[in-house]
Structure formats: structure tokens, C-alpha cells
Design a protein around this ligand. Sequence first.
Ligand SMILES: [Fe+2]
Ligand SMILES: [Fe+2]
Length: 407
Amino acid sequence: MKRKILFVDDEQNVLTGLKRMLRVMREEWEMAFIDNAEGALLLLEKQPFDVVVTDIRMPGMDGLDLLRRIKDKYPQILRIVLSGESNTEILLKSTSVSHQYLSKPCSAEIIKNVISRAYSLNNLLSDDGLKKTLARMDSLPSMPSLYGEIVSMLNSPNSSLKQIGEIISRDIGMSAKILQLVNSAYFGLSREISNPVQAVSLIGMNTIKSLVLSIHIFSWVDPKTISWLSMDDLWKHNMLTGLFAKAIVKSENQDHIMIDNAFLAGLLHDSGKLILAMNFPDKYRDVIALMADGKLDILESERRMFDTTHAESGAYLLGVWGLPVPVVEAIAYHHEPCVCEACFAEGFGVLTAVHAADRFARSIKSSPSLNGIDGLDMHYLEKVDCGQKVEFWYDVCMKVFREEMLK
Ligand SMILES: [Fe+2]
Ligand SMILES: [Fe+2]
């Protein structure tokens, strides 16, 4: 089936340029072009679209207002801004209503890649209702204590970007949001960033202040609403997995890009639990109850209740936000690396490190030795030529763990 994409821009010559540039996509995409937001809404009432790509500044209803209405009424539609906007405040506001931001002029190749990637993510989730709920999310909650720390630090005249970056890199929600932003075309970077500290230093103090204090890009969750899910344990486990994955990649002498990707993927690998628990607290409480019976493991319990898993839901949302592909892939397959066919060909990678790191971090309290680690997919590890590395990685991670305990 052809994908349906709607382009909205008040300037006729921009629409004509897009039409000409994207003619090559006619076989795969059905495209509509319209020069005003009101008309776009009328068109959406008449026929379904998968993606809307819109300008921001338009007479009458502007692009942000249009996207806000689409977010409410048609949350499953992927919302992309394509703009030449230079007003920082308007641009930053667009991050709460759009999934991705592209800046004008934009090549056909970039538009094609962004849209195709979003489609491949679509295959991760089969349930349209769940997709709608997730596509509506514009932030992942932060740990209240870390959120409080960041706000007071931003209000203090003596804080440094490095200190702020370090707090952000300890939090799932803040790291995910900052990396969505820094990887959007707004910052015009030629490479993908996956290090939260670096992201904060690139964004700069003034922008970080307005993002957090006036635009409120971060949110926090009241732990009482999901009291049966220990946020503290979830945060500690994710952080440890991030540190372990980073140490494993370092021990393999890989470059800093893979090291950063591994830390971020580890830090975010179980964010899907939080996403499902927050949006469907009653159902997720049943998942925990099913596991407590001991008959089903976490993936089986989640599939029974949601027809998907925390790994797939987390990867879907962070993928739609435009986080780097190796990070999204590692999140999607961290329990079942064998399912990712493309990953075998690559050999050792972020997924390999996150899979092992997660298993080590999960078992660390219950098992004092490598023999007691369960859930390691040895078949996959042998296939990517890493079967004999596991013992060495385990020792590397135990060293990191002991150092962390001393802090
Ligand atoms: Fe997991
Ligand atoms: Fe985990």
C-alpha cells in the first residue's frame, strides 16, 4: 500500500519545488500539497494520511497550531516540521508538537530517509491504539529528585553546563528529550549525538534554561501513581546497564561514537516499562502480577497484556523522536538479539553490548558469578563471534560495579 503524505506550506514556490523534487517517490508515496493549514485540516477529515510535513509561519492558522490539532485528533500521524524559522522560541516550542524537525532547504534524500525510517518503526508495533497513545507522548517522565535538582541548578548563577549535563545523563526522560532535540535539524549538526553531556554543551546555557524553565520540555512522574513499579530500581538498573554497555564497548577498543551509543542505549533500554506503566497503569500492574506467579517471564507477560513488549514500545517512541538508529535497534532487541537479522551481519555492536550489559546488571544482586547469569543468548553471541568474550566482559563490568559502589 502506498504511504500517504501531506505537505503544507503557504509559499507556492516551495510546494512546487517539493513536488518536483519528490517526483521520484511517486511509486511509493501518494502525496498531497496544500497552501494553508485550514485546508489541510479539511483534507484530513476526508481522507487518512500517514505523515504531515508542514511549514511553521503561515497566514491564518500557523504550523504549530495545525500540528497541535493533528496531535489531538489524529495522534497516529507522524508530524514533521519543515521550516526556515529563525526565532528560537518558536522553534523550541515546535518540539512539543512535532516528532521531527527539518530545516529548509532540505534535500529529497533527507525527507525520504526520515519518512522511510518512521515507517520501518511502524512495524515494531501492530496495535494502532497503542501507536496512537505513544505518538501523543512528547516527553518521558523524569525522576522527581533529578528534576528538582536540575531546576534549582538552572536557577543558580554558579552552575556549569557540565554539571547540568551530568544530571541529565543520570535521567532516562531528560536524556531522551535532550537527544531528540540536539539530533533535530534545528541544531544543524552533521553527525548524530548520543552523549547527553555533549548535547547540553552544544545547546548552551540560555537555550537549556528556556527549554526547562519556560517551555517545560521535561516532565516528572508522581511515583505514587505507579507505586507498584519501583522507579528507583528502574533508574538504577538502567544506569548500571548504560555503564556496563559502555565498558564492554570500550574493552573492545571501539570508537567513541559506539561508546556513546552504547551508554545511551543502556540508559534507555527499559524505558518502555515506564511508557507502558504510565499510560496503562492497571494493565501494567497485571503484567507484574503475572510475573509474580512465576509462570511467565516479562516478555510473555507483556505480550499477553499488550501484544507487544517494553522493548518494542520504547524503541518505537524513541525512534519516532529521531534518536540514532543503533540506539533504537539495541533497545528494540535487547532481550532477543537473535530476532534482529541485520545485526548478525554487523558482528559485535551496540546491541551485543547492551544485551550482555542488561543480563549482567539484572543478575548482579542474585548471582555472585557468571554461572548464575540467566537470559544470555549464547547462540547469538556465538554467531557474532563473541561467545568466548563473555567471561572477560563480565570481569570488566564487575570492576565498574565495584567502583560505582564506592561512590
Ligand atoms: Fe528489558
Ligand atoms: Fe533491563
